[in-house]
Design a protein around this ligand. Structure first.
Ligand SMILES: [Zn+2]
Length: 268
C-alpha cells in the first residue's frame, strides 16, 4: 500500500458533496446521522448519479495498473470505500478525502472494522457496536488504521522480497506505527491467499522490465522510446513491490546489480 496521488475533483462536484455532507451534519441526533448517511450514500453513489460518476472517474485515475485496488494493489477496484466507516463517522460519509477505490475482498473484509489509538497508552482500541444498545459516537482518538489518502504509508511497510513476499510492519518504524501497520494488515488481510504469489509475479515483471530497459538503453534506443518504457513501468500494478525493490535493492544481489547498471531507475 502506498500513498495515493491526489487528483482534484471539479469544483461543482466538491460543492455537491459538501452540500450533501452539511445535510447530514445538520441532523441533531448521532443515530439519525448514521442512518441517513447510509441511506443517502446508497441512493446517490451508483453509476447513474452524475456526481458519483465523476467521483469514480477521479478514483479510477488514482488507481495503479488496470484500476487495481488502492489497498491490496491486486484485484480490480469497483467499490467506493469509506476509509472511516459510515457506521461510525457519518460526518465523513460525503467527504472526498475519505474515499478510495477498493476491491470486494478488501472492502468486504474491512467492512466496519476500525480502531483508534488510546492517547494515554498508545494501545490500538477496536471500535465495536454492541447489538441492541443505543448507537453512540466512537471513542475519541487518532485512527489506528493507516490512511493512504493522507499519510506516506509506504514508509511503514516492509516487503519480504527474498522469501515469503509477505507485507509486514517496517521494523525501523516507531512502535506506534508498527502497531498501526500491523492492525491495517490484519483488517485488510493483505497477506491473504494468493497475495504473496501475486507480489512475487509483480517482482519478476518489474525486474524483467528493468532488464529490458537496460538492454534497450545500451543498444541506443531514443530518449522518447525509453521514456515510454519508464512510464509503462510506473503505471503497473503492485507499485509497493517496485517501491520496495528500490528501497531494499542492496539486500538482493540481482537487484543490486541491476540498479548499479541503471541507477537512474531509483528515481522512477
Ligand atoms: Zn483490494
Amino acid at each position: 500500500m502506498k500513498r495515493i496521488p491526489l487528483h482534484a475533483l471539479p469544483d461543482d462536484v466538491l460543492a455537491q458533496l459538501l452540500t450533501w455532507q452539511q445535510e447530514i451534519d445538520g441532523l441533531p441526533d448521532f443515530a439519525a446521522r448514521v442512518d441517513v448517511a447510509k441511506t443517502r450514500f446508497d441512493s446517490r453513489s451508483g453509476r447513474s448519479n452524475k456526481t458519483f460518476r465523476q467521483v469514480r472517474a477521479a478514483l479510477n485515475d488514482m488507481c495503479s495498473g488496470a484500476r487495481r485496488c488502492m489497498y491490496c494493489e491486486d484485484s480490480v477496484a469497483d467499490e467506493v470505500e469509506h476509509i472511516k466507516p459510515k457506521n461510525f463517522y457519518p460526518e465523513a460519509v460525503f467527504q472526498w478525502e475519505n474515499y478510495l477505490y477498493a476491491c470486494g475482498p478488501c472492502n468486504g473484509g474491512k467492512s466496519d472494522k476500525y480502531a483508534v489509538i488510546d492517547a494515554a497508552t498508545g494501545a490500538v482500541v477496536p471500535i465495536a457496536r454492541v447489538p441492541n444498545t443505543p448507537i453512540q459516537p466512537p471513542p475519541a482518538g487518532d485512527s489506528a488504521f493507516l490512511n493512504p489518502r493522507t499519510e506516506d504509508v509506504e514508509q511503514y511497510f516492509f516487503l519480504d522480497l527474498v522469501d515469503t513476499f509477505y507485507l509486514l510492519a517496517n521494523p525501523s518504524a516507531s512502535p506506534l506505527m508498527q502497531a498501526r501497520t500491523q492492525y491495517t494488515i490484519e483488517v485488510l488481510k493483505l497477506n491473504r491467499e494468493s497475495m504473496p504469489q501475486a507480489r512475487q509475479e509483480a517482482y519478476e515483471s518489474y525486474r524483467d522490465r528493468l532488464e529490458a530497459y537496460i538492454r534497450r538503453r545500451d543498444k541506443g534506443d531514443s530518449a522518447a522510446k525509453l521514456a515510454k518504457r519508464i512510464a509503462s513501468l510506473q503505471k503497473a500494478a503492485h507499485p509497493t513491490v517496485w517501491h520496495e525493490m528500490k528501497r531494499l535493492n542492496v539486500q538482493v544481489p540481482e537487484l543490486k546489480n541491476l540498479f548499479q547498471e541503471a541507477p537512474e531507475a531509483l528515481t522512477w
